[in-house]
Design a protein around this ligand. Structure first.
Ligand SMILES: [Zn+2]
Ligand SMILES: [Zn+2]
Length: 349
């Protein structure tokens, strides 16, 4: 079968590999859709500390079961399924506390296990143990189901800062994750949702699709003044930074409403992890700052249901569909901001 093998930074090529077979405690799927994201771009550019090449990457996975290990239960050949990306151990203190996103023994599809940029893929026993295989409901497409995992990560972040009824939300960063945050905040009850980006082209592409109440082009507009004006002089009750920029995190703390909640959703480059914060702003405004890392299997199931019910539509976020042979083009389309979500179709477009 064909698979996209990552062999080191800048080295991602589609080659022929042996088709894997499922052990008794595993499933095998035919990959129908595997979406690309910023993490794939990061891996392609710089590698990843938890990933030892060579490895088949790709972690936003949907497909059809074609082989069922004899010791598994609950799944049949022909089932259409979505697979989690981050695999919790279900044994450590974090997992036992329901905080699988910060599992200390976390493994991931496309890192420790061969991922979804391949015609076929094994669903490892650890994924089954963690309840990480979700049946795709009704006639929801594989493409839409493949966007479940990033939505689950957004859901994890918004739950940690309790986004809900009446919130005024500013999302900083208009990439695919920013778009998902806009839609999710609305689904969770936010009354006003604003979207800002320093890249005017990307902002307009995304704003045309997700239609925030206010799109703010930070390259030409005064973000702080606009959000104040849009929130009756109070500031947003929720700010989510979905960009790898320390300055966005610093601005978020400065702009949030008193009592506001700030999510540092996007991580910073590992050589630039420090920011400068007026700690007294956090102190006197009683801000709540939260990180966000991945998602739990339960959040994946919930995200898939949000997509299937239409509460968080994603079909229109998928701007490009490409064959496996163009996986590198897909990654460039994501990085340049010319695409919102790009789905790789290993069985052909
Ligand atoms: Zn991803
Ligand atoms: Zn764990």
């Amino acid at each position: 079968m064909k698979a996209a093998l990552f062999q080191g930074p800048g080295d991602l090529h589609v080659i022929d590999v042996d088709s894997p077979s499922a052990a008794p405690d595993e499933l095998k799927i035919r990959v129908e859709s595997c979406a690309t994201c910023g993490t794939d771009a990061k891996i392609f550019g710089h590698g990843h500390p938890r990933l030892n090449p060579p490895q088949i990457i790709g972690h936003e996975i949907a497909g059809e079961i074609i082989e069922v290990g004899k010791d598994t239960s609950g799944y049949s050949v022909g089932d259409r399924v979505q697979i989690i990306a981050a695999v919790p151990c279900e044994e450590c203190w974090a997992c036992k506390a329901g905080k699988q996103g910060i599992c200390i023994n976390q493994t991931s599809m496309g890192y420790q296990y061969p991922g979804g940029f391949a015609e076929e893929m094994i669903v490892p026993a650890a994924v089954l143990k963690a309840n990480g295989v979700n049946i795709i409901p009704g006639d929801l497409s594989f493409d839409e189901a493949s966007v479940t995992e990033p939505l689950a990560c957004a859901l994890n972040a918004q739950r940690l800062i309790h986004v809900g009824d009446g919130d005024t939300v500013l999302v900083m960063g208009a990439g695919p994750i920013g778009c998902l945050h806009v839609r999710l905040a609305r689904a969770l009850g936010a009354t006003k949702v604003m979207l800002a980006d320093v890249n005017g082209g990307r902002l307009h592409l995304s704003a045309d699709v997700v239609k925030p109440d206010r799109a703010i082009d930070m390259s030409s507009e005064d973000l702080a003044a606009i959000v104040l004006e849009e929130t009756e002089g109070i500031g947003p009750s929720v700010i989510i930074t979905a960009a790898p920029a320390g300055v966005a995190q610093e601005q978020a703390i400065a702009m949030a409403a008193p009592g506001g909640r700030v999510s540092f959703f996007g991580g910073l480059p590992k050589d630039k992890p420090l920011i400068t914060v007026d700690s007294n702003v956090v102190h006197y405004k009683e801000l709540i700052l939260a990180g966000a890392n991945g998602s739990s299997p339960a959040q994946n199931a919930e995200a898939l249901a949000l997509i299937a019910s239409g509460k968080v539509p994603v079909a229109d976020l998928i701007t490009h569909r490409l064959p496996l042979s163009q996986v590198e083009d897909a990654i460039h389309a994501v990085t340049s901001g010319e695409a919102i979500k790009v789905v790789i179709k290993p069985q052909g477009v």
